[in-house]
Write a protein that binds this ligand. Sequence first.
Ligand SMILES: [Zn+2]
Ligand SMILES: [Zn+2]
Length: 253
Amino acid sequence: MKVDHHLHAEFSYDSRIKAGELAHRALELGYSLIAITEHLDLLPWELSRWGLPAFMRYIDHLRPLQSKFAPKGLRIIRGVEVGDFHRVKSFADEFLAELDFELRLGSVHFLSDGTNVAIPFKRPLRKEDSEDYYKQNLTLAENCDFDVLGHLGVHKRYLTEEPPETHCEGVIRDIFSALISRNIALEINFSSLRKPYGRILPDQWQIDLYRDMGGTLFSIGSDSHLLEHFDQNYELLPSWLFSNEVRLIHADP
Ligand SMILES: [Zn+2]
Ligand SMILES: [Zn+2]
């Protein structure tokens, strides 16, 4: 059965997907689980530009869809993607305590100097940029309460080949230790298959490292913002992801 733990619908400022249409499409395509993870971006320059989704309306909108599709065999999860959680922690903690989300995805979109690495990159990736990026992920993984670490390596989506990142191995190892000890899933993000990078994230050697360290908990995310991206390239996901050695978050009935 197919699953997608990372999708954006009409309550995210940058998505054109309608949750109802998505659910119909997912059912047609044989999915057993989809998680909608609307953006919660609380950094001041994001708030002033995009505002916040109407989360109460989002939750009210999803509940009837969940009840409608559950008997048909499709589980719809009410999720949220908390951007740069570690930088807005007390505000985000308060906010999340008020709302009933079933899955919290944590992700890093900005370097410490404010550069957005989730959009086409404006300058060549420097060694210290990637190091800074992974350090942000480490702070997030060690300090915040969430279920899935999203799109590790998002800063590479607009590159055409794998950059040397062995200098970050120590930090990446520490991220994985934190994920494993805190029971946080590592996301296999395949949005990068439709970008210049053309391979899944994180890079293979990082996935191997996580598994060698004993990591077994994963999630699968297309990170779709357009309905035509949903299910695209799903067949290219590695078969080990669906083997008995792997646990997929929320996959148990
Ligand atoms: Zn993101
Ligand atoms: Zn996302």
